[in-house]
Design a protein around this ligand. Structure first.
Ligand SMILES: Cc1ncc(COP(=O)(O)O)c(C=O)c1O
Length: 278
């Protein structure tokens, strides 16, 4: 077993040693990045919003015309792989062996990996993302596909300049999201986050954060915002399954401090997770 997984890898539900877990080089998931995936958070008491993640996976697969035949079986594989372990539960759906018939002889891979040693804050570079859907509609809009090359390249580009990651910008300098996270910020006590109409990923953490903000009685503004609103914010934070809610301490050459509203949202998110999994 390698240190990348906590338990076995389930390959179409079959428990497989990590070293033996393999996908064919002829699978269009490997050859074309044709497939979809999810990352969920497994806590000691269960998987946070497992059904929300499976709903999103089903939507992704439907965009790719891959039929997820047995939702209940898939759900049980997730529960089996998580088994009360703490970490990131990964699910990958490959495109299969025939580009003319997506999903044919495909593999669904499920495994739990240790949560990464989380930094306590992130520094973001502002990068244009001309490849992002950015409000435009295509066959795969909204799908969390295996084709994450441009996202990874943006992270690597930001890191090559001394940042931790990127904040992606659409046309006209509109703020979108990070390569693997959603963005939020605070100005004069109001919480801002880009609209899903920009075709950013429908993030489970962003959705939960908006619920927490409502509970806390915070004013929230969801819309289309220019990069200057991000660089002039009092606080900036990222939201994702892996990072939960994490403060941003730099946006380009602007330095920031982790702020009180981010702290409240973070604590509120933790409470929500505890409540839901109780
Ligand atoms: C592009 C993108 N945006 C946002 C997110 C955050 O989504 P979630 O909160 O569901 O993890 C992710 C997560 O992988 C992502 O890839």
């Amino acid at each position: 077993m390698t240190s990348r997984t906590i338990g076995p890898v389930l390959m179409n539900g079959v428990r497989t040693e990590p070293a033996e877990a393999a996908v064919s080089v002829f699978d269009i998931g490997f050859q074309r990045g044709y497939g979809c995936f999810e990352a969920m958070r497994s806590y000691a008491d269960g998987v946070f919003r497992l059904d929300g993640h499976l709903d999103r996976l089903e939507r992704s697969a439907a965009h790719l015309r891959i039929e997820l035949r047995d939702r209940e079986a898939l759900r049980s594989w997730c529960v089996e792989a998580a088994e009360g372990g703490v970490g990131v539960l990964r699910v990958y759906v490959t495109g299969g062996m025939d580009a003319a018939r997506p999903g044919r002889d495909n593999i669904i891979v499920v495994y739990l990996e240790p949560a990464p040693a989380a930094p306590t804050s992130v520094r973001l570079d502002l990068l244009d993302a001309p490849w992002h859907a950015d409000g435009k509609v295509s066959e795969l809009t909204g799908a969390k596909t295996l084709s994450y090359g441009p996202n990874l390249a943006a992270t690597i580009e930001a890191q090559s300049k001394g940042f931790d990651d990127a904040a992606l910008l659409g046309s006209g300098g509109i703020v979108l999201e990070g390569p693997t996270f959603s963005l939020g910020w605070v100005k004069d006590g109001v919480v801002f986050t880009p609209s899903l109409e920009s075709h950013i990923l429908a993030s489970i953490t962003r959705e939960a954060t908006l619920e927490v903000a409502e509970r806390l009685g915070l004013h929230v503004s969801v819309g289309h915002f220019h990069r200057s609103e991000l660089t002039e914010a009092d606080e900036v934070f990222v939201m994702s399954t892996v990072r939960e809610i994490m403060p941003v301490t730099a946006v380009g050459d602007i330095d920031l401090e982790p702020g009180p509203v981010t702290g409240m949202l973070r604590a509120g998110f933790r409470e929500l997770v505890t409540e839901e999994l109780a």
